[in-house]
Design a protein around this ligand. Structure first.
Ligand code: ADP
Length: 319
Protein backbone atom coordinates (compact mmCIF):
# COMPACT_ATOMS: atom_id res chain seq x y z
CA UNK A 1 0.00 0.00 0.00
CA UNK A 2 1.67 3.20 -1.20
CA UNK A 3 -1.16 5.56 -2.01
CA UNK A 4 -4.64 5.78 -0.58
CA UNK A 5 -7.70 7.83 -1.50
CA UNK A 6 -10.37 9.33 0.71
CA UNK A 7 -13.89 10.39 -0.24
CA UNK A 8 -17.06 11.57 1.47
CA UNK A 9 -20.39 10.39 0.10
CA UNK A 10 -24.13 10.55 0.74
CA UNK A 11 -25.55 13.05 3.21
CA UNK A 12 -22.93 15.27 4.82
CA UNK A 13 -22.40 15.15 8.55
CA UNK A 14 -20.44 17.39 10.94
CA UNK A 15 -17.13 15.74 11.71
CA UNK A 16 -16.53 14.42 8.20
CA UNK A 17 -13.75 16.99 7.83
CA UNK A 18 -12.14 15.82 11.05
CA UNK A 19 -12.23 12.28 9.65
CA UNK A 20 -10.64 13.39 6.37
CA UNK A 21 -7.92 15.17 8.33
CA UNK A 22 -7.26 12.05 10.37
CA UNK A 23 -7.02 9.85 7.27
CA UNK A 24 -4.63 12.26 5.55
CA UNK A 25 -2.38 12.84 8.55
CA UNK A 26 -2.33 9.23 9.71
CA UNK A 27 -1.58 8.12 6.15
CA UNK A 28 1.28 10.58 5.77
CA UNK A 29 2.57 9.66 9.24
CA UNK A 30 2.94 6.10 7.95
CA UNK A 31 4.64 7.20 4.75
CA UNK A 32 1.66 6.91 2.44
CA UNK A 33 0.62 9.32 -0.27
CA UNK A 34 -2.98 10.45 0.17
CA UNK A 35 -5.35 11.70 -2.52
CA UNK A 36 -8.69 13.43 -2.01
CA UNK A 37 -11.50 12.25 -4.26
CA UNK A 38 -13.94 15.13 -4.61
CA UNK A 39 -17.77 14.88 -4.87
CA UNK A 40 -18.05 11.27 -3.76
CA UNK A 41 -18.42 8.51 -6.33
CA UNK A 42 -19.45 11.07 -8.97
CA UNK A 43 -16.05 12.71 -8.65
CA UNK A 44 -14.36 9.32 -8.67
CA UNK A 45 -15.98 8.43 -12.00
CA UNK A 46 -15.01 11.82 -13.39
CA UNK A 47 -11.46 11.64 -12.04
CA UNK A 48 -11.71 14.63 -9.69
CA UNK A 49 -8.76 13.47 -7.62
CA UNK A 50 -6.09 15.71 -6.05
CA UNK A 51 -3.17 15.01 -3.76
CA UNK A 52 -3.73 16.03 -0.14
CA UNK A 53 -0.81 17.14 1.99
CA UNK A 54 -0.57 17.91 5.69
CA UNK A 55 -1.44 21.57 5.15
CA UNK A 56 -4.44 20.82 2.94
CA UNK A 57 -6.32 19.48 5.90
CA UNK A 58 -5.25 22.25 8.26
CA UNK A 59 -8.00 24.39 9.79
CA UNK A 60 -10.80 21.97 8.95
CA UNK A 61 -11.16 19.94 12.14
CA UNK A 62 -13.67 22.47 13.44
CA UNK A 63 -15.68 22.90 10.24
CA UNK A 64 -19.02 21.30 9.44
CA UNK A 65 -19.85 19.87 6.02
CA UNK A 66 -17.11 18.28 3.99
CA UNK A 67 -14.16 19.89 2.28
CA UNK A 68 -14.21 17.06 -0.24
CA UNK A 69 -17.87 17.79 -1.03
CA UNK A 70 -20.41 15.04 -1.29
CA UNK A 71 -22.79 13.79 -3.95
CA UNK A 72 -25.26 11.09 -4.73
CA UNK A 73 -24.24 9.15 -7.79
CA UNK A 74 -26.78 6.67 -9.17
CA UNK A 75 -24.34 5.77 -11.95
CA UNK A 76 -21.99 4.20 -9.43
CA UNK A 77 -24.62 1.60 -8.54
CA UNK A 78 -24.19 0.15 -12.06
CA UNK A 79 -21.28 -2.16 -13.05
CA UNK A 80 -20.35 0.33 -15.80
CA UNK A 81 -20.10 3.18 -13.29
CA UNK A 82 -18.00 1.07 -10.96
CA UNK A 83 -15.68 0.09 -13.83
CA UNK A 84 -15.12 3.78 -14.57
CA UNK A 85 -14.27 4.36 -10.90
CA UNK A 86 -11.80 1.46 -10.84
CA UNK A 87 -10.16 2.78 -13.99
CA UNK A 88 -9.63 6.21 -12.37
CA UNK A 89 -8.16 4.64 -9.23
CA UNK A 90 -5.76 2.54 -11.29
CA UNK A 91 -4.78 5.56 -13.36
CA UNK A 92 -3.95 7.45 -10.15
CA UNK A 93 -2.13 4.48 -8.63
CA UNK A 94 -4.49 4.42 -5.65
CA UNK A 95 -4.24 1.10 -3.77
CA UNK A 96 -6.98 1.57 -1.18
CA UNK A 97 -9.80 3.95 -0.34
CA UNK A 98 -11.42 5.25 2.83
CA UNK A 99 -15.11 5.99 2.24
CA UNK A 100 -16.79 8.26 4.79
CA UNK A 101 -20.58 8.10 4.59
CA UNK A 102 -23.68 6.07 5.31
CA UNK A 103 -24.68 2.54 4.38
CA UNK A 104 -25.33 3.49 0.73
CA UNK A 105 -21.75 4.71 0.51
CA UNK A 106 -20.61 1.47 2.17
CA UNK A 107 -22.19 -0.49 -0.68
CA UNK A 108 -20.05 1.47 -3.10
CA UNK A 109 -17.01 0.68 -0.94
CA UNK A 110 -17.92 -3.00 -1.04
CA UNK A 111 -18.18 -2.88 -4.83
CA UNK A 112 -14.68 -1.37 -5.10
CA UNK A 113 -13.27 -3.96 -2.68
CA UNK A 114 -14.76 -6.75 -4.79
CA UNK A 115 -12.97 -5.31 -7.80
CA UNK A 116 -9.65 -5.60 -6.02
CA UNK A 117 -9.24 -2.13 -4.47
CA UNK A 118 -9.49 -2.57 -0.69
CA UNK A 119 -11.92 -0.08 0.83
CA UNK A 120 -12.82 0.75 4.39
CA UNK A 121 -16.05 2.47 5.44
CA UNK A 122 -16.14 5.13 8.14
CA UNK A 123 -19.62 5.89 9.50
CA UNK A 124 -20.57 9.50 8.82
CA UNK A 125 -24.25 10.31 9.20
CA UNK A 126 -26.30 12.30 11.70
CA UNK A 127 -28.90 9.52 11.81
CA UNK A 128 -26.79 7.10 13.88
CA UNK A 129 -28.36 4.32 11.85
CA UNK A 130 -25.43 2.15 10.74
CA UNK A 131 -25.59 -1.42 12.03
CA UNK A 132 -22.41 -2.55 13.77
CA UNK A 133 -21.47 0.73 15.43
CA UNK A 134 -22.94 2.31 18.54
CA UNK A 135 -22.28 5.80 17.20
CA UNK A 136 -21.71 7.53 13.87
CA UNK A 137 -19.81 10.74 13.19
CA UNK A 138 -22.19 13.70 13.21
CA UNK A 139 -24.86 12.30 15.50
CA UNK A 140 -23.64 14.08 18.62
CA UNK A 141 -23.42 17.44 16.86
CA UNK A 142 -26.90 17.07 15.35
CA UNK A 143 -28.23 16.04 18.74
CA UNK A 144 -26.79 19.14 20.35
CA UNK A 145 -28.30 21.30 17.61
CA UNK A 146 -31.70 19.77 18.28
CA UNK A 147 -31.33 20.26 22.03
CA UNK A 148 -30.47 23.91 21.57
CA UNK A 149 -33.59 24.33 19.45
CA UNK A 150 -35.79 22.51 21.97
CA UNK A 151 -34.47 24.69 24.79
CA UNK A 152 -35.42 27.81 22.83
CA UNK A 153 -38.81 26.45 21.86
CA UNK A 154 -39.42 25.56 25.48
CA UNK A 155 -39.15 29.26 26.45
CA UNK A 156 -42.02 30.13 24.12
CA UNK A 157 -43.94 26.99 25.00
CA UNK A 158 -43.79 27.98 28.66
CA UNK A 159 -44.60 31.64 28.11
CA UNK A 160 -47.66 30.83 26.05
CA UNK A 161 -48.55 27.60 27.82
CA UNK A 162 -48.61 25.76 24.54
CA UNK A 163 -47.96 22.35 23.15
CA UNK A 164 -45.13 22.33 20.64
CA UNK A 165 -44.29 19.66 18.13
CA UNK A 166 -40.67 19.49 16.99
CA UNK A 167 -40.02 17.44 13.86
CA UNK A 168 -36.49 16.09 13.63
CA UNK A 169 -34.63 14.14 10.96
CA UNK A 170 -34.76 10.35 10.92
CA UNK A 171 -36.61 8.53 8.14
CA UNK A 172 -36.01 5.00 9.40
CA UNK A 173 -34.06 5.63 12.57
CA UNK A 174 -35.31 7.30 15.71
CA UNK A 175 -32.03 7.81 17.56
CA UNK A 176 -31.95 11.56 17.04
CA UNK A 177 -35.56 11.94 18.24
CA UNK A 178 -34.97 9.54 21.11
CA UNK A 179 -31.80 11.09 22.47
CA UNK A 180 -33.08 14.62 21.86
CA UNK A 181 -36.38 13.81 23.53
CA UNK A 182 -34.71 12.38 26.59
CA UNK A 183 -32.13 15.14 26.94
CA UNK A 184 -34.63 17.88 26.06
CA UNK A 185 -37.17 16.65 28.58
CA UNK A 186 -39.89 16.10 25.96
CA UNK A 187 -43.24 14.76 27.15
CA UNK A 188 -43.65 12.49 24.15
CA UNK A 189 -41.30 10.99 21.56
CA UNK A 190 -42.49 9.35 18.36
CA UNK A 191 -39.92 7.17 16.59
CA UNK A 192 -40.21 4.77 13.64
CA UNK A 193 -39.05 1.82 15.77
CA UNK A 194 -41.98 2.01 18.20
CA UNK A 195 -45.68 1.88 17.39
CA UNK A 196 -47.22 5.13 18.52
CA UNK A 197 -50.34 5.34 20.55
CA UNK A 198 -52.18 8.60 19.99
CA UNK A 199 -54.79 8.15 22.76
CA UNK A 200 -51.99 7.43 25.24
CA UNK A 201 -50.11 10.49 24.05
CA UNK A 202 -53.19 12.67 24.47
CA UNK A 203 -53.80 11.22 27.89
CA UNK A 204 -50.27 12.19 28.91
CA UNK A 205 -50.84 15.73 27.64
CA UNK A 206 -54.04 15.95 29.70
CA UNK A 207 -52.45 14.57 32.84
CA UNK A 208 -49.52 16.94 32.52
CA UNK A 209 -51.87 19.88 32.18
CA UNK A 210 -53.93 18.74 35.17
CA UNK A 211 -50.87 18.70 37.41
CA UNK A 212 -49.96 22.19 36.32
CA UNK A 213 -47.51 21.68 33.44
CA UNK A 214 -47.22 24.91 31.57
CA UNK A 215 -46.21 23.38 28.28
CA UNK A 216 -45.66 20.16 26.43
CA UNK A 217 -43.06 19.23 23.90
CA UNK A 218 -43.55 16.40 21.45
CA UNK A 219 -40.62 15.19 19.36
CA UNK A 220 -41.51 13.38 16.18
CA UNK A 221 -39.02 11.70 13.83
CA UNK A 222 -39.87 12.56 10.22
CA UNK A 223 -40.19 8.85 9.39
CA UNK A 224 -43.25 8.51 11.63
CA UNK A 225 -45.16 11.41 10.12
CA UNK A 226 -44.60 15.09 9.57
CA UNK A 227 -45.00 17.53 12.42
CA UNK A 228 -47.88 19.17 10.56
CA UNK A 229 -49.70 15.86 10.12
CA UNK A 230 -49.32 15.20 13.83
CA UNK A 231 -50.62 18.68 14.66
CA UNK A 232 -53.72 18.04 12.53
CA UNK A 233 -54.28 14.69 14.19
CA UNK A 234 -54.07 16.21 17.66
CA UNK A 235 -56.40 19.03 16.69
CA UNK A 236 -58.94 16.62 15.17
CA UNK A 237 -58.92 14.38 18.22
CA UNK A 238 -58.79 16.98 20.99
CA UNK A 239 -59.22 20.45 19.60
CA UNK A 240 -55.82 21.32 21.11
CA UNK A 241 -54.01 23.88 19.00
CA UNK A 242 -50.32 23.10 18.71
CA UNK A 243 -47.35 24.85 17.15
CA UNK A 244 -44.98 23.01 14.86
CA UNK A 245 -41.26 23.50 14.35
CA UNK A 246 -39.59 21.59 11.56
CA UNK A 247 -35.85 21.76 12.22
CA UNK A 248 -34.80 20.56 8.77
CA UNK A 249 -31.30 21.00 7.45
CA UNK A 250 -29.93 23.02 10.35
CA UNK A 251 -29.52 19.60 11.96
CA UNK A 252 -26.90 18.64 9.39
CA UNK A 253 -24.60 21.63 9.69
CA UNK A 254 -22.43 23.36 12.22
CA UNK A 255 -19.11 22.95 13.89
CA UNK A 256 -18.69 19.38 15.16
CA UNK A 257 -18.78 18.80 18.90
CA UNK A 258 -15.65 17.63 20.71
CA UNK A 259 -17.14 14.15 20.83
CA UNK A 260 -17.64 14.00 17.08
CA UNK A 261 -14.12 15.29 16.47
CA UNK A 262 -12.69 12.61 18.71
CA UNK A 263 -14.80 9.90 17.09
CA UNK A 264 -13.82 11.12 13.62
CA UNK A 265 -10.13 11.19 14.53
CA UNK A 266 -10.25 7.68 16.01
CA UNK A 267 -12.23 6.25 13.08
CA UNK A 268 -10.18 7.94 10.35
CA UNK A 269 -6.92 6.78 11.89
CA UNK A 270 -8.18 3.22 12.38
CA UNK A 271 -9.37 3.06 8.76
CA UNK A 272 -5.83 3.80 7.61
CA UNK A 273 -4.43 1.12 9.91
CA UNK A 274 -6.89 -1.42 8.48
CA UNK A 275 -5.80 -0.57 4.94
CA UNK A 276 -2.14 -0.87 6.01
CA UNK A 277 -2.98 -4.35 7.32
CA UNK A 278 -4.10 -5.11 3.77
CA UNK A 279 -7.74 -5.54 4.70
CA UNK A 280 -10.60 -4.37 2.48
CA UNK A 281 -14.37 -4.68 2.73
CA UNK A 282 -14.27 -3.53 6.35
CA UNK A 283 -16.19 -0.91 8.29
CA UNK A 284 -15.04 1.00 11.36
CA UNK A 285 -17.21 1.40 14.41
CA UNK A 286 -17.42 1.96 18.12
CA UNK A 287 -18.71 -0.84 20.31
CA UNK A 288 -18.82 -0.48 24.08
CA UNK A 289 -16.34 2.38 23.83
CA UNK A 290 -13.84 0.36 21.81
CA UNK A 291 -12.97 1.16 18.21
CA UNK A 292 -13.53 -1.94 16.09
CA UNK A 293 -13.40 -2.97 12.46
CA UNK A 294 -15.87 -5.47 11.05
CA UNK A 295 -17.05 -6.97 7.78
CA UNK A 296 -18.81 -4.17 5.91
CA UNK A 297 -21.63 -6.53 4.89
CA UNK A 298 -22.70 -6.63 8.56
CA UNK A 299 -23.77 -3.04 8.05
CA UNK A 300 -26.18 -4.02 5.25
CA UNK A 301 -28.21 -6.84 6.73
CA UNK A 302 -29.93 -5.70 9.87
CA UNK A 303 -30.86 -2.31 11.09
CA UNK A 304 -29.20 -0.28 13.79
CA UNK A 305 -31.29 -0.90 16.86
CA UNK A 306 -32.55 2.02 18.85
CA UNK A 307 -31.92 1.74 22.57
CA UNK A 308 -35.52 1.41 23.66
CA UNK A 309 -34.57 1.62 27.33
CA UNK A 310 -34.11 5.34 26.64
CA UNK A 311 -37.66 5.45 25.33
CA UNK A 312 -39.01 3.83 28.47
CA UNK A 313 -36.89 6.05 30.71
CA UNK A 314 -38.05 9.16 28.92
CA UNK A 315 -41.65 8.15 29.59
CA UNK A 316 -40.90 7.54 33.24
CA UNK A 317 -39.17 10.90 33.63
CA UNK A 318 -41.75 13.00 31.82
CA UNK A 319 -44.85 11.97 33.78
P1 ADP B 1 -25.54 7.31 2.43
O1 ADP B 1 -24.14 6.88 2.18
O2 ADP B 1 -25.62 8.53 3.29
O3 ADP B 1 -26.40 6.16 2.90
P2 ADP B 1 -26.74 7.08 -0.22
O4 ADP B 1 -27.57 5.91 0.14
O5 ADP B 1 -27.35 8.16 -1.04
O6 ADP B 1 -26.14 7.82 1.04
O7 ADP B 1 -25.45 6.52 -0.98
C1 ADP B 1 -24.45 7.40 -1.41
C2 ADP B 1 -23.89 6.93 -2.73
O8 ADP B 1 -23.31 5.62 -2.57
C3 ADP B 1 -24.89 6.74 -3.84
O9 ADP B 1 -25.23 7.95 -4.49
C4 ADP B 1 -24.14 5.81 -4.77
O10 ADP B 1 -23.21 6.52 -5.54
C5 ADP B 1 -23.38 4.90 -3.80
N1 ADP B 1 -24.14 3.65 -3.63
C6 ADP B 1 -25.30 3.48 -2.98
N2 ADP B 1 -25.74 2.20 -3.09
C7 ADP B 1 -24.83 1.55 -3.85
C8 ADP B 1 -24.70 0.20 -4.34
N3 ADP B 1 -25.62 -0.71 -4.09
N4 ADP B 1 -23.61 -0.09 -5.08
C9 ADP B 1 -22.68 0.84 -5.35
N5 ADP B 1 -22.75 2.11 -4.93
C10 ADP B 1 -23.80 2.49 -4.19
Amino acid sequence: MKKIGVLTSGGDAPGMNAAVRAVVRKGIYHGLEVAGIYNGYQGLIEGRIEPLGLGDVGDIIQRGGTKLHSARCPEFITPEGQAKGIEQLKKEGIDGVVVIGGDGSYRGAMALSKHGIPCVGVPGTIDNDIPGTDFTIGFDTALNTVIEAIDKIRDTATSHERTFIVEVMGRDAGDLALWAGLSGGAETILIPEEAYDIPEMLDRLDKGKARGKKHSIIIVAEGVMSGNELAQLIEQETGIDTRVSVLGHIQRGGSPTARDRVLASLFGARAVEVLLEGKGGRAIGMRNNQVVDYDVTEAFGGSHEADLSLYTLSKELSI
